[in-house]
Design a protein around this ligand. Structure first.
Ligand SMILES: [Cu+2]
Length: 161
């Protein structure tokens, strides 16, 4: 079968592009350790008071290991009364933090600035992901999913000391 010269070039270009995408995915998984967050469990967003989200907050579970339970709602990240509003979470340098996050109302985003952690918060689903904070600094938690009139004021702060 004869393939037109231009058509062959396009096939090669598409093949190279696809190969680059596959290579980028493999590098992301193996070199940078990027994982797609999977839903941990399903819960009733109307009954968060009967789940771990009844008392949002940060708990120390071991040396340099923390658990942060956070409820996203229009338009704040609720990490408990100690964290305040907007929530400010403080961790010592070198901490590994496992986030458990869900949404109480509509879809929200949970992206940590300068990190690879980026969760989509769907009401009724628990999102879990861990992040290491090795460099001191201030990292904003950003809602990157348009969620209504107060979307632009929906944020939190992580301070690594
Ligand atoms: Cu939002």
């Amino acid at each position: 079968m004869e393939i037109n010269k231009l058509e062959r070039y396009w096939l090669i270009a598409v093949g190279i592009t696809l190969g680059a995408f596959v290579a980028a995915t493999i590098v992301a998984v193996t070199v940078f350790g990027i994982r797609l967050p999977a839903p941990v469990e399903r819960i009733d967003p109307q009954r968060l008071d009967q789940t771990i989200f009844a008392k949002p907050g940060v708990r120390k579970i071991a040396d340099n290991r923390y658990e942060a339970v956070i409820v996203a709602k229009s338009w704040a990240f609720d990490a408990g009364p100690e964290a305040g509003n907007p929530a400010v979470l403080r961790f010592p340098r070198g901490s590994q933090v496992t986030f458990y996050v869900t949404s109480k109302d509509v879809m929200h985003g949970f992206q940590i600035e300068k990190h690879t952690l980026n969760l989509e918060l769907v009401p009724g689903q628990v999102a879990r992901a861990s992040a290491n904070f090795n460099r001191p600094g201030t990292y904003h938690i950003i809602c990157n999913h348009y969620c209504g009139a107060g979307h632009q004021v929906m944020y939190g702060v992580i301070i690594v000391e």
